[in-house]
Structure formats: C-alpha cells, structure tokens
Design a protein around this ligand. Structure first.
Ligand code: STR
Length: 406
C-alpha cells in the first residue's frame, strides 16, 4: 500500500462536516480506510472530472487486486456497493452505452414531462398523509411520511414494481445501506432482492407491460433486448439509486431551509427560484457522500500521487462540492443565492453520470414547493443541531426530520 496510515472514514457518521473538512485538508486525492479496506479518494473538483473520464479506471470489480486476491470478501460490510450484477453501473465502454441506452431514453427530460402530473398527484396524496399524521400539533417525521415513499412510488411506477411490494423493498434497502446490519442479515437481504428482481424480470419477459423493465427485455427498433442478467442488474441499480438518493435530496433541502429562515423567506417570496435552491442543496449537502468505486487497470499519475494498477478509487462528492477553488471561501456555507451552485458534481461526471438526474430534480422541484405551500408555518420539532445521520457510510442519510406543521 502506498501510505502507512490511511484516514478512517467514520461509519457512524457522527461529524460529517468535520470529516469532509479533514478529507479536503489531506489533499486532492488521499488514502482512506473504508471499514478496514484501503482505497484512494478524490476530494477535488478538477481531479474528480479528470478521473471520472479516465478510461484507465473501470467499474469492473475483477480489476481490484484486493478482491482478486481474496482480501476483500463478502464479509466486508460494503461489498454490496461494489459486487453487483452486470449492468450499466458495473461495465464501461461500448457495452456500457448499450446497457444504458433505454434508460437514458426513458429518463430524458422531454419524456419526463409525461410524469409531471403523476408526481404532482403522488405528492398531493402524501401531503394528505402528512396532514393527518401532524393533526393536533403532533410531531411528524417528514422523512418517513413524505420524502421516503415518494421516490419509491415514482421509480416503482417507471420500472413496473407493484405498490404492495414497496414496504418490503424499503425495509430491505434500509438494512442494505446501514453499517449496523449484521453481515449475515445483509447478505440475506441481498439474496432477497436478487430473488425478487429475478422473478420480476421473468414475469415481464412472459408478460411485458408499459414499463422500463419490459423495455429492457423486449426487442425493438433499438435492437436486441438485454439478457436476463443485464435486465436484473439494471433494475436493481435503478430501484436502489432511484429511491434512496432522492429521499435525501428532498429531506436535506428541507433541513437546510428550516435552519436558515432568512433564506427560506426569500425562496417563499419568489426572490430565489426552487431550481437554484435544489442545486445549492445538491452541492452543499448532496445525497452521496462517497461513491464506490473505480479500479485502475494501469498505474495512473495524478499530480505527485501514483494510483497503482489494481487499486480502488472512491469519489468523495461531498468534499468535491466544498472545493474552494470552484466555490470560493464560503464553500462551507449553504447559500441559495450562490452563483456557482450548479457547478457541483453531485450526480457524478463522465460516461457514468447519473442517468436519473433530471428525474430527481423534477421530483424535488415538485415536492418542495408543494410541501411549503401546504404547510407554510412548518417548523422543526427538535433543535436543528440535534438532527443526525443514520450509520450509512456512503450516503448522506438524515435519520429523521421531525416537524410541527403549524
Ligand atoms: C445497490 C445494490 C445493487 O443491487 C445495485 C447497485 C448499483 C447502483 C448503485 C446502488 C447499488 C447503490 C446506490 C448507488 C447506485 C448508483 C447510484 C447510487 C451507488 C450498489 C448512489 O448512491 C449515487
């Protein structure tokens, strides 16, 4: 290993801002320890752009020496983040473009306009649930009641996942992401997801419907269908990515605004656009803390650092969003009027840039104004500083957001 004492990422996420600052101080690319496993991480905007477009870094886990040599096994708590089926998330080059094509078509901004009324209705229904839960001044956990179900319903409809299965899926994914889940239980969850999505893909092969899963397995002008394994890999990636991250985008934005009443007032007065608020939230408190992982197929020199062939590289997108060379000395502040807000890499960069970016922005742009319009006197039920994160190392997951409606 290239460095003796890599910086250990705190699995309990007890001080995310402090950790982000320390990572940035360690340099543009630095050694970290991920629950006992060493890797490089990138904390710098320019280096992140450079390395997410460098074809010498690949997503295929077989290029990782620690995995190939049997040092990293299924006993590592983060194994599920890197050992995934063949899909658009784990393949590069021309095959990656083939695996991603139908998804980028289905999630193109123009196609998404058809979803707008659906998302508006889902939002209105969930706001009824919030109102019922918060009647008589009771504290409501806005995450659980509002932010959590919305993206799952949207991605579920898109992929053809039945509504009655959402509770089971959400429970599985909570266990999947939490570092506190005992490893045997996590592996059972991964097995359960595999059986679930295998059955779903087989059912769509037998009886295609109007959803993206069916599109994966149906031949059309776009060419050959994906294989069963590829379709399963893609749907797993899309359901996981499509719900967990957007929950955080919505809830972290609410948290930020409730902590800055003057900024919230500007937004509610129409002086700042929601679009701008959402970009600043993505930059400053985005859903993804550390994105695992790419692997070097040859030695790669970055400044005075050499990433050796076979080593793993993480993107610390939260640290990247705080880069002062891009966002200036106030990079650590949430500021809805910031002119550089949209220069974040919260959706990644390069060929693997999030294909769902426009969908998540659309969901947030519908959910947030509707929430504040319905409950304009909404306030936190606990002091702002008491709102902590779940023990999830890779994601920026607020534990709960208890609010009083008026
Ligand atoms: C979860 C487990 C699985 O079966 C497939 C995937 C692939 C896509 C991954 C997903 C994972 C975890 C969350 C990710 C998502 C892509 C985007 C999302 C990393 C490993 C983010 O949090 C950015």
């Amino acid at each position: 290993m290239s460095s003796q004492c890599p910086f250990a990422i705190d699995p309990m996420v007890s001080d995310l801002d402090g950790e982000t600052n320390r990572l940035r101080e360690l340099g543009p690319i630095t050694r970290i320890d991920l629950l006992g496993v060493p890797a490089w991480t990138v904390t710098d905007h320019a280096v992140a752009r450079q390395l997410t477009t460098d074809t010498r870094l690949v997503k295929d886990i077989n290029a990782w020496s620690l995995y190939a040599d049997g040092v990293v096994t299924d006993q590592w708590p983060l194994i599920g983040m890197v050992l995934v089926d063949r899909s658009m998330f784990s393949v590069d080059g021309a095959e990656h473009r083939r695996l991603r094509l139908k998804t980028s078509q289905a999630l193109a901004p123009r196609r998404l306009e058809e979803l707008r009324p659906v998302i508006e209705q889902l939002t209105a229904d969930l706001l009824d649930d919030v109102e019922a839960a918060g009647a008589d001044g009771a504290a409501v956990d806005l995450k659980e009641v509002f932010a959590y179900p919305l993206p799952m319903r949207v991605v579920g409809d898109l992929m053809g996942v039945a509504r009655e299965d959402h509770a089971q899926l959400l429970d599985w994914y909570k266990k999947f992401f939490s570092v506190m889940t005992p490893q045997d239980e996590r592996l059972a969850v991964i097995g359960g997801l595999d059986v679930y999505f295998t059955d779903l893909v087989r059912q769509k092969i037998a009886d295609p419907a109007d959803d993206l899963t069916s599109a994966f397995v149906t031949a059309d002008e776009g060419g050959e269908p994906l294989t069963e394994e590829e379709a399963i890999g893609n749907i797993k990636a899309l359901v996981a990515a499509g719900h967990e991250t957007t929950v955080s985008l919505i809830i972290n934005t609410v948290r930020a605004l409730l902590g800055e009443p003057e900024q919230l007032a500007k937004v509610l007065a129409g002086d700042v656009e929601w679009k701008q608020v959402i970009e600043e939230s993505l930059r400053w408190d985005g859903p993804v803390t550390h994105l695992l992982m790419r692997f070097a197929t040859e030695d790669i020199t970055v400044g005075d650092t050499v990433i050796a062939k076979g080593e793993g590289v993480v993107m610390s997108y939260r640290a990247v969003g705080r880069d002062i060379t891009v966002h200036g000395d106030t990079a650590d502040d949430f500021d809805v009027t910031r002119s550089t807000a949209n220069r974040h890499l919260a959706f990644g960069y390069g060929p693997h840039i999030c294909p769902g970016a426009a969908l998540s922005r659309l969901e947030a742009a519908i959910a947030l104004p509707a929430l504040f319009a319905r409950f304009p006197r909404m306030r936190l039920a606990v002091p702002h500083g008491e709102i902590g994160n779940l023990p999830v190392l890779t994601q920026n997951d607020v534990a709960a957001l208890p609010i009083i409606l008026n």
